[in-house]
Design a binder for this molecule. Sequence first.
Ligand code: GLU
Length: 420
Amino acid sequence: MSVLIDPYEEAKKQLRETVELLGLGEDVYEALAVPERLVQVRIPVRMDDGTVKTFIGWRSQHNSALGPYKGGIRYHPDTTANEVIALSMWMTWKCSLAGLPYGGGKGGVRVDPKKLSIKELERLSRGYFAAISEIVGEDLDIPAPDVYTNPQVMAWYLDEYSKIKRGFYFGVVTGKPVELGGLMTRVISTGLGTAITAKEAAKRVLGGVEGRTVAVQGFGNVGYYAALFLEEMGARVVAVSDSRGGIFNPDGLHIPDVMEFKNKTGTVVGYPKAQRHVSNEEILELKVDVLVPSAIENVITKSNAKNVKAKVISEGANGPTTVEAEKILTEMGVVIVPDILANAGGVIMSHIEWVNNRMGGWITEEEARRKLEERMMNSFNNVWKFWESKLDQKKHNLRAAAYAVAVDRVVKAMKLKGVL
Ligand code: GLU
């Protein structure tokens, strides 16, 4: 899906538009268009059959004006250096928008983790983290989970790092298992945040989310919890999908039940209480009120944007809508809650976890969740206010407002430091 569109080119276009919107100069664009550092590593992994397979990974550190680099690490067969750079740039804006003391970073390994055994996955994870151990650290660059990585992978990273550095640095990664300094709420936080922003947008555009129909593309950590919380909020989730395809039931799916089925079979496809199967392309074009793309980037493009029927899109994934698609959707009056706002719940909870680690454990799960909800709401309201008061809503979507707020903060910090 993402083969033809380069996410880095997309990220640069978004930056270019924001720089123009804010009336900033070419020097600002140039300083922000390239990452501060991009590291490529080779990871030789001893496979279970005794052979050695070599994988390639990257860590992109886009910007540190506001603090240490922060962002996840993904394992995906299509990952490229340019994808990782784009994702690291989006992290810079995401952290800035959420008001966190972090810059932006992202890592990726080009691998299909579904084809590895658990031991091979562990060796790959330890190998990758050892290879980037010189450039990460509690105050330097703090990775976290992303596509196809999880708390177990973070535990291996933490352990590998502890061995190399001969000390226990809980704060070097976030999204850890609870036993190793993680917070239970971290797993639900991105999806919860996406559901909150979808609900807030639906309130303003459709008069409320209750009884509204929702389609969710992606049934991983983000999509599953977004669907679950939207269902809890009173919405009718009529379609969900995973990498193998999707399911549809106009009367609504029962999300925990669908997950139980997926846990048993490995996919939502074939769920017996669905009325019919839908493809990953079709799910984006269903007649629903709210669409939540929560899988990968570049799924809504100029070729299918005009077929989108939803009035609200909340981007659980990073970069699911291309720049050209967004122009079409904006003309159609579709309100898009952009990724840097809609999926910021994960990194917001990562920050709470990181602070908690460094304070020796002080927060309760209830407090953590309350803080997350509060910060999501504040971010959403700020962006909405900026959009309503400062921009022509027929020409610009919420993304323009979110980017304006986020880029402005980074540029101010760079100016104060004398970088610009
Ligand atoms: N990978 C997540 C994201 O794209 C979370 C990053 C983090 O917690 O550092 O926002």
